[in-house]
Design a protein around this ligand. Sequence first.
Ligand SMILES: *[C@@H]1O[C@H](CO)[C@@H](O)[C@H](O)[C@H]1NC(C)=O
Ligand SMILES: *[C@@H]1O[C@H](CO)[C@@H](O)[C@H](O)[C@H]1NC(C)=O
Ligand SMILES: *[C@@H]1O[C@H](CO)[C@@H](O)[C@H](O)[C@H]1NC(C)=O
Ligand SMILES: *[C@@H]1O[C@H](CO)[C@@H](O)[C@H](O)[C@H]1NC(C)=O
Ligand SMILES: *[C@@H]1O[C@H](CO)[C@@H](O)[C@H](O)[C@H]1NC(C)=O
Ligand SMILES: *[C@@H]1O[C@H](CO)[C@@H](O)[C@H](O)[C@H]1NC(C)=O
Ligand SMILES: *[C@@H]1O[C@H](CO)[C@@H](O)[C@H](O)[C@H]1NC(C)=O
Length: 370
Amino acid sequence: MLGAVQSAILCALVCASSARAACPAPCECSEAAQTVKCVSKDLREIPAGIPGYTRNLFILGNQITRIGPESFKGLENVTNLSLSNNRIAQLESGAFGGLHSLRSLDLSGNELRELQPGALTVPAPLRDLNLSQALHSRSALPALAWALRGGVFGGLAQLDLSANGLVLLPSAMFLPLGALRRLLLANNSLVALQNGSLLGLERLAWLDLSLNGFRTFRKEALGELDRLGGARLLLGGNPLACVCGAEDFADWLNGSYARVADGDRLVCASPPEMHNTTLRTLGGRDLGCHGDGAGEGAELALQTSYAFLGVVLGLVGVVFLCVLYLNRTGIKKWVTDLREACRDVLEGYHYRYEIDSDPRLGPPPSSAHL
Ligand SMILES: *[C@@H]1O[C@H](CO)[C@@H](O)[C@H](O)[C@H]1NC(C)=O
Ligand SMILES: *[C@@H]1O[C@H](CO)[C@@H](O)[C@H](O)[C@H]1NC(C)=O
Ligand SMILES: *[C@@H]1O[C@H](CO)[C@@H](O)[C@H](O)[C@H]1NC(C)=O
Ligand SMILES: *[C@@H]1O[C@H](CO)[C@@H](O)[C@H](O)[C@H]1NC(C)=O
Ligand SMILES: *[C@@H]1O[C@H](CO)[C@@H](O)[C@H](O)[C@H]1NC(C)=O
Ligand SMILES: *[C@@H]1O[C@H](CO)[C@@H](O)[C@H](O)[C@H]1NC(C)=O
Ligand SMILES: *[C@@H]1O[C@H](CO)[C@@H](O)[C@H](O)[C@H]1NC(C)=O
């Protein structure tokens, strides 16, 4: 009897502690570190039974395709969540709505196509959002801009949007991110910054625009960069064209290169004769702005005028052919006349030639001296 009670008590203790320490089969849990890791386990969805003590949750390298409002039930203590390198395409509304302590969300390396309204709404002020190589379709960026506007991102300090193939930034996209310190836009396909692209980033300290498609930064873009105040900038790895159109940028760089962290390493990618030249040391004359007008503007104008000339010549040719066709009888007559005139002339010439070369008219002058 006593033994049965003892074993019941023992069981209760063991069961309770194992319930507390329960860990989803494919994962590793550490209560001491308040950390759960489910790494490369072919998971198709967020496993059930993640313990409530979890603060750091890493579900990396699996095959998860969607996150819904039920995915993180009862995980009010999770502060850092990484879902990196899954195949998440769809974030449903309220996907992170139960994560009352969330500070850092890593969605890098996913295939986001659909962000339902409210998909990124987090109950606590998020500090760190990683969307590197995460946006898989064109529609994901407007959806993200929309989500940023609708959510509470006033506390966000770092946003990583690198390697997403972004071509342009919607105007005022970052306006809701007034506390942002670091904005990472490296390795996209950006070619220009429009007026308003960087609006609202008053507290930015670091902007990475390296490895994009910028050939230069025009006045409008430089205005946007100046809007950032003292933020340090990374601009390397862009295919900078050192032509006259880059004069504003070269001047700006010479004036404010202390702000450009890699300012000394910015080199020309084109034209070929300028390849690998340091841009900062180039003045307007080096860029071909003054003098022979070999700058981009002049080149472009020249190309345009050649194209125009080509079109005009083509039109003239067509008109000429039409005239020829419509006048074909008159032309035939003209050709006949011409041929006859030629024949007359040729015959006269031929006749004269025959007379000149007639041997009976005397010996050739060369033999006269012999
Ligand atoms: C979250 O953490 C607090 C304090 O550590 C704890 O009291 C609470 O039970 C935890 N929540 C869950 C669901 O375990
Ligand atoms: C949690 O995220 C913060 C950034 O928000 C980071 O400083 C910290 O190292 C992260 N902790 C873990 C365990 O990854
Ligand atoms: C975002 O995730 C990528 C890939 O996982 C990583 O390389 C990068 O360092 C992360 N960004 C930040 C700011 O931590
Ligand atoms: C740039 O992004 C592509 C995917 O868009 C990735 O494959 C590549 O490794 C990235 N390169 C660098 C230098 O980060
Ligand atoms: C940018 O747009 C604002 C209004 O939206 C305007 O006041 C400002 O002059 C514009 N700046 C440039 C450089 O076009
Ligand atoms: C460009 O110049 C750097 C040193 O200034 C050199 O190391 C590099 O090989 C050069 N690259 C090319 C393609 O010439
Ligand atoms: C760079 O700026 C300095 C003054 O800060 C000026 O003396 C110099 O001529 C400028 N260089 C070029 C290439 O514009």
